[in-house]
Ligand binder design. Sequence first.
Ligand code: CP
Ligand code: NVA
Length: 305
Amino acid sequence: MSDIRHFLTLLDFSPQELQQLILRSIEMKQAYRAGKDQRAFPGSVLAMFFAKSSTRTRVSFEAGMAQLGGHAMFLSAQDTQLGRGEPIEDSAKVISSMVDIVMLRTFGHDIVERFAAHSSVPVINALTDDYHPCQLLADMQTWTEHRGSIAGKSACWVGDGNNMCQSYINAARQFDFELRIACPPGFEPDSALLKANSDRVIIEHDPATAARGADLVVTDVWASMGQENEQRERAQLFARYQVNSELMSLAASDALYMHCLPAHRGEEISAQLMDAPDTVIWDEAENRLHAQKALMEMLLLSNRA
Ligand code: CP
Ligand code: NVA
């Protein structure tokens, strides 16, 4: 099964493949808006397993698969045997024998790796504690639509060194940009990942210093799914890590800001920026649909070849 393509992190695709995928996402968005029939995969089935909550990921994958002519099946931890402790490897063999592609949102990144290792069809990581690569496809599509190539630009991450931050580190490498990470001390991303990308990623604990001159400023919730009991403590530790108009005034004059959502207005991002008429945050959310349709197309075709 080793020749099956999976999408567990951005490193599973080459920079050229990722560029191609972004262009295809933009093309598919235009075709969708023009009312073109996109049902190239009639009868194909996507199994979607969720061990964590979701709005955007579920809606975009389910709608996307329907638009491609296939069917998406929602599976949750509460009502599958996988959630009751059936081995991941056994679940992977069984589920993949009945569907064409699988999407998983779960806790440990090792779960998607073990599932993929025993799957006979492509597996997509729809968020783990470590990475959220599908969101990065949408973010890079959004940047490309508004500003062109991101190569050589500088991005600034503000907040927790979490799954989104770590995906931005991979994106910096694959899309060739610089990344300054402003996080409170003790909330840095994985040290091995930082070390492997030290040529383009730096930690700068002061948000103002990190944001100065940045082309893109990105943030995310202070407490991720699974960290709800740390929310109160984190709210104090992260208080000065807010993306707001004051911080954006330090960035490049045409800088964009992004947030994967869901957002907490008044915490990691100000209500003013969330509700600004020119924000690209809603494009970023919508692009989950188009980017993942392009992703599923690429993976389904790769498995047919
Ligand atoms: N951004 C994102 O993945 O949103 P959901 O948690 O709603 O899927
Ligand atoms: N870092 C957040 C992203 C949500 C889309 C979380 O893992 O909860």
